[in-house]
Each structure stands twice: as C-alpha cells, then as structure tokens.
Design a protein around this ligand. Sequence first.
Ligand SMILES: Nc1ncnc2c1ncn2[C@@H]1O[C@H](COP(=O)(O)OP(=O)(O)O)[C@@H](O)[C@H]1O
Ligand SMILES: [Mg+2]
Length: 285
Amino acid sequence: MLTDSNYLEIWNLTKSFPTPKGPATVVKGFQLNVARGEFVSLIGHSGCGKSTVLSMIAGLSEPTSGGIILAGREIDGAGPDRGVVFQAPCLLPWMTAFDNVLLGVQQVKPDASRAEQGDIVKHYLELVGLADAIHKRPAELSGGMRQRVGIARAFALSPKMLLLDEPFGMLDALTRLELQEVLLEVWSQHQMTAVMVTHDVDEAVLLSDRVVMMTNGPEAQVGEIVKVPFARPRDRIHLMETTAYEDVRDELLSFLEERAHIKPSIPTTDEDARPAPAAGSTVSC
Ligand SMILES: Nc1ncnc2c1ncn2[C@@H]1O[C@H](COP(=O)(O)OP(=O)(O)O)[C@@H](O)[C@H]1O
Ligand SMILES: [Mg+2]
C-alpha cells in the first residue's frame, strides 16, 4: 500500500552485466524506501554501483531482478515524472536556456497555453538565478550556468521525484558551493522527493535528510543509513560550526575510510578520469 513513507520503494534490486568471464553482479539485494518529500543521498566509493542504482530508478536501465515502485506504480522505463540531472546537462546547443527548459514543460503540460508554459519556464530560470541569461544559448553560458539550466529544467517538469547523479562533479569548487546553495533553496521551496548520488560528504550532509552509504561492489548493497537531523532552512556556515555536524560527517567518513582499502574485484568506472566536455561544445551530455 502506498503511504508517504514508501513513496519510492526499491525492493531487492539486483543488477548484473554480462562480461567475457560471465555475468558480473554489481548491485545485489539493494533495499530502500524513500518518503515523499525526502532528500536522500547515495554515497560510496567510485565504481560501487551508485549510478547503476540511479539509472534503474530513472528507468534508463532494467533491473536484473527486484523492482522499483514510485508512487504506487512499478517503474518500467524513462519518463518525465522523474527529473534527471547528470554531471553535465544535455542542452540543445542551438536553443536558448528558455527554449531548452520549454521543451520539457511542453512535454508535461501540452494543453497549457504558450504564455502559461512560458511563465513556468521563466519562474524556474529566475529561481536558479538566470533571470538575465534566459535568452542565451549554452555556448554563451559557463558550466555552472548550464547546470543551473539543468536544475531549472528538472524542477520545471514538476516531476514526482528528482534524480541527481553527481550534479556538481564537473564544476570548480566555488561554483560547486554556489550551486549547492541554489539546489538547497529551490528544493526547500518545492520539497520534492529526491535521490542524489555524490561522493562529497559535505554536499550530502548539507542537502539530505538521510545519507545512504553503499558497500563496495561487487554485489553492493545498502551498508548504513545516517539520518541528518538538522532543521531546515539550513545555513552552511552555521551548520559547519556545530559539533553535531562534525559527528555526522565523522560517521560518514569513517564508513568510507573503513572501505577505502578494499579493492573491488571488477573493473571500476573512474568518474574523475572522464574528460570534461569542452566549453561551448555541442550537446554536452
Ligand atoms: N553498462 C555496463 N556494462 C558493464 N559494466 C557496467 C556497466 N555500467 C556499469 N558497469 C560496472 O558497474 C560497476 C558500477 O558502476 P557505476 O554504477 O557507474 O559506479 P559508481 O556510480 O558508484 O561510480 C562498475 O564496475 C562498472 O564498471
Ligand atoms: Mg557514478
């Protein structure tokens, strides 16, 4: 039965990929319930299977076994009821920020008038701080600004949930902090159910209600879950000065450190080794 506490229900999720040596089971028996309006982060070592889990929730990849139920319906493919934000937003280079966001809004609100659709687009672009860049094309925007468009686009869909895969992983440290604030602000206005993959412990604590730590793969699953007890709205500086913040941070770091020496026995995808797309490149996905 659907209740607010199991808005997203991930049940015994397992994913195997074929390899020349036979199937490699990356994720096995992953179980998690996410409440309606909850922000959950998924952290774990590179290659443990975080993106694999997220892409199954997005419906971009099929579980080998187990299932995912969102708002009472089993996920069986991608759809605009899930707003997805990847490391680099996939923006159409010949279209302005406005038109890129409009594309999504037209998909979910086909019967709204052009003016109504435009108002939604403007609202979200303003909310992410792009009021002055609405009519700029991706090539005229910095990486951080492009990611702001990506965030606006995801929220503008009014999806059932947000899925974010290391959304700030390609940005410089300062822009990353700025965008965390933007996400925190926009999220706090809409309280959308969210699952975010990150390997940044501070980012996870700042944004989340709970942090889910995954064990190292293969056969990765939920290791520990840490509740982030801080009231919202949250202020980074104030939060970081508290001993409670240190406690949560230490708990996460010690989980990761304990597992840092364990080498996964299947090849990993090293996110950091992937080349960043050139500024102003064509479709940046
Ligand atoms: N399409 C695929 N085919 C084969 N192996 C894959 C595929 N996608 C991911 N993997 C493997 O699954 C493991 C987990 O990958 P991933 O979910 O990207 O890790 P993370 O996001 O935690 O860094 C890695 O060992 C990776 O090589
Ligand atoms: Mg990943």
